[in-house]
Design a protein around this ligand. Structure first.
Ligand code: HEC
Length: 244
């Protein structure tokens, strides 16, 4: 007779033991993480570790976008499995810390709450981030900030797309170019100055964003930033790349 109950019993045992490696506590309990919301915790984690593949448009073979709240909610259980439990996502590069994994776990456990946008998002007017997937749409000149600044316009884009460990941040930034600070941008990297004397047509930064003059695209591996954002960079370079 088939012991039909064996798999069920095994599942119950595994269930009682909790997640592998965490004993009878959840990771969130171990890390002292009580709550997490999309706005405050989860979006920044995905921006730092996932969007270079699961961004607004997908790249590097990723099957799905994890760019919007709705997309992340739809994949919440898989994020839990792949990033918190198996730790197989991201497949390469820097991995989320234990605390960040605990935040992802707490977010899923709490039913994926959205939270409210932090005050810093309201303080600086953000260029259109093209959340609805309008990458490549020709920008209306009226939408461009008159005088873009590092603090107000460039840093928010750079933080999401470039300035993290494994790319242009962390202990050993790629190409010795550290984009976590304005001073780092100003210093340039192994390939030298990024400003092109204030002419977007001569700027290495714009060469990389537009993948022109023989340079491959940045962010590395694509996708290219939305046209609107690249135009903000160009206007900023032309304005002398002011910090504030
Ligand atoms: C270097 C590119 C890359 C990065 C970075 C990356 N992924 Fe992925 N992801 C992939 C690829 C490729 C696949 C498809 C192959 C696979 O499933 O292993 C995938 C598949 C997935 C899937 C769907 C497959 C499933 O098991 O349901 C989820 C969910 C996922 N990734 C979550 C994440 C999260 C969360 C992060 C960040 C913490 C992340 N990924 C970072 C490339 C990436």
């Amino acid at each position: 007779m088939t012991r039909w109950w064996a798999p069920a019993a095994l599942l119950m045992l595994l269930g009682a033991a909790g997640c592998p490696g965490f004993g009878d506590k959840t990771l969130a309990e171990l890390e002292g993480v009580e709550t997490a919301t999309w706005e405050a915790d989860v979006q920044p984690i995905l921006a730092a570790y996932c969007w270079r593949c699961h961004g607004q448009t997908v790249s590097n073979g990723a099957p799905n976008s994890l760019f919007t709240y709705e997309q992340a909610v739809a994949q919440a259980e898989r994020i839990l499995v792949r990033t918190v439990q198996q730790q197989t996502m991201p497949p390469s590069g820097s991995k989320p810390t234990d605390t960040e994994r605990a935040q992802l776990e707490a977010w899923v456990a709490a039913g994926t709450p959205r939270g409210t946008p932090g005050p810093e998002m309201d303080a600086a007017p953000m260029p259109d981030m093209g959340v609805e997937g309008d990458a490549g749409v020709e920008a209306d000149a009226g939408d461009l900030p008159e005088r873009p600044t590092w603090d107000g316009h460039i840093a928010p884009i750079v933080e999401l797309n470039c300035a993290f460990a494994g790319c242009h941040g962390g202990a050993e930034p790629e190409g010795n170019l550290d984009l976590t600070t304005y001073a780092g941008f100003d210093a340039g990297g192994d390939n030298g100055d990024l400003r092109g004397g204030g002419d977007p047509a001569n700027s290495l930064l714009i060469d990389r964003l537009r993948a022109r003059n023989g340079w491959s695209v940045m962010p590395d591996g694509g996708p290219m930033l939305p046209e609107m954002q690249i135009q903000v960079f160009e206007a900023w370079i032309a304005a002398g790349a002011p910090e504030e």
